[in-house]
Design a protein around this ligand. Structure first.
Ligand code: AMP
Length: 178
């Protein structure tokens, strides 16, 4: 299956969750056996030749893609969750949303010093969430091996932001606009 086929399996919902937003719904891609498999393989492929010690997935859709990517790369999985969800000692990182701020957290002992971590999420827009994930993993001693996304919205600048931080950032498909 080609990347074009993966793109065809992503559903676009105009004006969700609010007017002007084109919501890129990956549930239709996840539901398709061949599409899901192709997406997982393509997320992992750029990093298959290097040492990856853990995949860190961002709640919630980053868990669904990140789990099988970790399995494929032969490493374990680290959940990055919204504030208050993780049961052990955590550290948090605030990031800016369009309106207000939010916080994501990771377990303090999720990564050992010097371990190489691949960050996975379904979509990168402004890059605020991914940047916070990079900071979290770095603060607990991890090295960012890269970041892999199903969808990039290039006009929102997230991919550029990650690259400016020195992160090897990749995406399977891109859409114009928001
Ligand atoms: P950002 O922090 O701006 O890069 O936003 C990325 C997060 O917001 C991801 O976890 C996405 O799931 C979600 N997101 C942002 N924009 C969209 C969109 N147009 N369609 C679907 N999800 C989106």
């Amino acid at each position: 299956m080609l990347v074009d086929d993966v793109k065809r399996l992503i559903r676009t919902i105009p004006d969700y969750p609010k007017p002007g937003i084109m919501f890129r719904d990956v549930t239709t891609l996840m539901r398709d056996a061949a599409g899901f498999k192709a997406a997982v393989s393509a997320l992992a492929a750029p990093f298959a030749g290097q040492r990856i010690d853990a995949v860190a997935g961002i709640e919630a859709r980053g868990f669904i893609f990140g789990g099988p990517v970790a399995e494929q790369l032969g490493c374990g999985f680290v959940p990055i969750r919204k504030k208050g969800k993780l049961p052990w000692t955590t550290i948090g990182q605030q990031y800016t949303l369009e309106y207000g701020v939010d916080t994501i957290e990771v377990h303090l002992d999720a990564v050992r010093t010097g371990e190489r971590v691949l960050i996975i999420d379904d979509l990168i827009a402004t890059g605020g969430t991914a940047e916070a994930a990079v900071k979290l993993i770095t603060r607990i001693g991890g090295i960012i091996a890269g970041a892999s996304f199903v969808v990039d919205l290039p006009e929102l600048g997230g991919m550029k932001l990650l690259k400016s931080l020195g992160v090897d950032a990749r995406a399977l498909v891109a859409y114009d606009g928001h």
